[in-house]
Design a protein around this ligand. Structure first.
Ligand code: 13P
Length: 339
């Protein structure tokens, strides 16, 4: 097995998943605004230290996605965050796209940027200790969108990114996110998700990406947030698995989900339901949540030194619940036991 394949497998190891802590400056500002604290280099550093040094973290977390600034930061005592993770057996990763912009000629659609100079940036990230990367494509649902051209533009960029990562010995986490902001129903999400995944994998194959040395990060099949007809846990689990079986090659090393605006507990329950079905799937199904892992810890911490340990406790609990969900062993009652 190649080094790339070993890293990819370790990212989806039994009982573990990935923490997405790669919020860009505007995104972390939004999160900090919600708890009324200023976003500065030091508040961001402290917040990330709280998450990364949470007790028991290595039991349920296989990898962490950093933002550029965080990959270079250290704990208050001066240990590099990368070294903190390595000591805990957690794999450091890095977000390498530079964000999405409106796609010219296609109102409402976006394309992710960041390919220019990417090879040199990846070389630096390897030196800084990163083992995997993330690139997120945004697929919006609306009237007449996404278009085939809009999806293909994003799929092409994902292919270019993934090939460059593998060239540099980094595992690409390939993330096409079908957004849940709209009022579409679950069937529409299913259709767009399958179409997107089929186009992405055709592009990855054409660009000679090794599927065994990559991870797919994708959305679950869910109705839009504004849809009147919300789906139950079982339906989300079944339709998501059906979409993945239809469109994801069996050789892909693993699939992780983003939370995408789902609340923490449903995110856990959906993942658990998929893993509790007892199906023989070709890939492990795990998590790579941002908000669903962090939101309750952020609200508990609120930027106060005296709440640092309480924030860690809340974070460790969510990590544990999701770790159990990768094994299909999560139960609602476990939320109360922790309270
Ligand atoms: P959410 O789980 O908050 O959607 O974030 C995951 C992520 O990394 C999106 O790119």
């Amino acid at each position: 097995m190649s080094e790339l394949e070993k890293i990819a497998k370790a990212m989806v190891a039994n009982g573990k998943g990935i923490l997405a802590a790669d919020e860009s400056f505007p995104s972390i500002k939004k999160r900090f605004d919600s708890i009324g604290i200023e976003s500065t280099e030091e508040t961001r550093r402290t917040y990330r230290e709280m998450l990364l040094t949470a007790p028991g973290m290595g039991e349920y977390i296989s990898g962490v996605i950093f933002f550029d600034e965080t990959l270079r930061q250290s704990t208050a005592k001066g240990e590099r965050f990368v070294d903190v993770l390595n000591r805990a057996g957690i794999i450091p990763g890095i977000k390498v796209d530079t964000g999405s912009k409106p796609l010219a000629g296609f109102p409402g659609e976006e394309v992710t940027e960041g390919l220019d100079g990417l090879r040199a940036r990846l070389q630096e990230y390897v030196k800084l200790g990163a083992k995997f990367c993330k690139w997120r494509a945004v697929i919006n649902i609306g009237s007449g969108i996404p278009t085939p051209a809009g999806i293909d533009a994003n799929a092409h960029a994902l292919g270019r990114y993934a090939a460059l990562c593998q060239e540099q010995g980094l595992v690409p986490m390939v993330e096409p996110e079908v957004m849940m902001e709209s009022d579409h129903n679950i069937d529409r999400c299913y259709d767009v998700t399958v179409d997107t995944l089929l186009r992405v994998f055709r592009e990855l194959a054409e660009q000679r990406v090794n599927f065994e040395g990559m991870i797919l990060k994708t959305n679950m099949v869910v109705p839009g947030k504004k849809c009147a007809d919300q789906a139950n846990v079982q339906k989300v689990a079944e339709m998501t698995i059906h979409a993945l079986r239809t469109a994801v090659p069996a050789t892909v090393a693993g699939i992780v989900f983003l939370s995408g605006g789902q609340k923490p507990e449903p995110s856990t329950a959906h993942l658990n339901a998929m893993n509790a079905m007892g199906l023989q799937l070709p890939w492990p199904l795990s998590f790579s949540y941002g908000r669903a892992l962090q939101d309750s810890a952020l609200k508990t911490w609120r930027g106060k030194a005296e709440s640092f340990a309480a924030g860690q406790k809340v974070f460790s609990h969510r990590a544990k619940m999701n770790g159990l969900a990768t094994l299909g062993k999560y139960r609602d009652e476990m939320e109360k036991e922790a309270a």
